[in-house]
Design a binder for this molecule. Structure first.
Ligand code: SF4
Length: 380
């Protein structure tokens, strides 16, 4: 059983059969979806909200009622009274919306294949084995807080919630570390080694006090002595988009545009973050650009759709925005949400059919909610 099967109750076969065929939509060009999406959106009125992550393509995000990073969107999902939440993002975000939503709300992900390669790098069975390895190494569970980045499955969030841990995002990772260190001496950080390392490094934790646990190696590939000595145990996961940025890209862009400011997402490698002028979540990167005076130049190390959107939006103010790596880093899983998938999901809703509902199992939901609520309570 894979992780998706573990936590989702799929739409029944009969409901699937009733739904308008997705194939009929996929055969049509993008632009023919615009009016259909807008009409379905009008027909659904306030029963439905459409959330769009910043990395979504333009043809989709333009229909969003709210845009944001995973933290902002999860807060909106926890506060809305809309019956349907159509999440234009990736699977773990829709799961979090379902966990935080109210009784009777339903969350829809227009394409179930919109996953996240980073979230897929930590499966619950592997994480349970890791925990056992740490305990066998002589680490006390009371001295270890499991902390997971938002970009993880609901099962991993629940794992953390049940063991006194919490969820964090790139905007509040530092606050989450402080929260954890107020309760224990060690953190197990899942699943993004870069965000964990960057956060620990910014707090002054020496790199020698952080070890990487590789779930594909016996004992994580780390000796019990080193596990016992470490303050932060980093899961060996990464974002395939942000890890592509390299320190030489920073050198190259600075040589090409003298005086340019380099701003990057903390999912980038430490060597890239060290060379950058500022780090920030997508929301923070947007704010930095917005608040900068006319004539400013930025090279941004994050997903290409957001970089292009900012470049277009701020060009009239004389701000120059370029991508840090000019081959452009695309999140292919975010890209899966197409106008056709969105039209299909919305038109089915208009007909009273819920397709691609994301529904986290109740037992998983309970502890995932505990971990997410802790995140929402700490200051970012
Ligand atoms: S940008 Fe990276 S972390 Fe974000 S959804 Fe895509 S693969 Fe996952």
């Amino acid at each position: 059983m894979n992780v998706l099967e573990e936590v989702i109750e799929p739409v029944s076969a009969s409901a699937e059969a009733e739904a308008c065929s997705l194939d009929n939509y996929l055969a049509l060009p993008d632009h023919t979806m615009d009016e259909r999406i807008a009409a379905a959106r009008r027909a659904l009125g306030t029963t439905t909200i459409l959330l769009g992550h910043h990395y979504q393509r333009d043809e989709v995000i333009r229909f969003a009622d709210f845009t944001g990073d995973s933290y902002k969107l999860s807060k909106i999902a926890s506060e809305t009274d809309a019956k349907y939440i159509v999440f234009c993002g990736v699977h773990f975000m829709a799961e979090s919306a379902d966990v935080l939503g109210h009784e009777g709300q339903q969350v829809i992900l227009p394409d179930l294949n919109a996953g996240c390669s980073m979230a897929d790098m930590a499966e619950i069975g592997q994480v349970e084995d890791c925990w056992e390895t740490l305990l066998r190494a002589g680490i006390s569970a009371a001295d270890l807080v499991p902390l997971t980045y938002m970009n993880s499955t609901a099962a991993i969030k629940a794992f953390c919630g049940e063991r006194g841990g919490l969820v964090c995002t790139s905007s509040n990772a530092r606050a989450a570390f402080d929260w954890a260190f107020a309760r224990a001496n060690k953190i197990l950080f899942l699943p993004d080694q870069h965000l964990g390392r960057n956060t620990g490094h910014a707090m002054g934790i020496p790199l020698t006090d952080m070890v990487v646990f590789d779930p594909w190696q016996i004992g994580g590939g780390v000796s019990p002595e080193r596990l016992r000595a470490a303050r932060v145990i980093l899961w060996k996961g990464h974002c395939s988009v942000h890890q592509r940025f390299l320190p030489e890209h920073v050198d190259k862009v600075r040589a090409k545009y003298p005086g340019i400011k380099v701003i990057v997402h903390p999912e980038c490698r430490l060597e890239v973050c060290d060379k950058a002028d500022q780090l920030g979540s997508t929301e923070k990167l947007i704010k930095i650009v917005k608040d900068a005076p006319a004539g400013s130049s930025f090279a941004i190390g994050t997903e290409i759709h957001l970089v292009h959107r900012l470049a277009n939006e701020f060009a009239p103010q004389g701000k120059r925005i370029v991508t840090l790596d000019d081959t452009g880093c695309l999140c292919t899983t975010m890209y899966r949400i197409s106008p056709q998938h969105l039209a299909w999901a919305l038109e089915n809703l208009v007909e009273g059919r819920v397709v691609n509902r994301i529904q986290v199992r109740d037992d998983v939901k309970y502890w995932a909610r505990v971990a997410l609520d802790r995140m929402l309570e700490i200051r970012g």
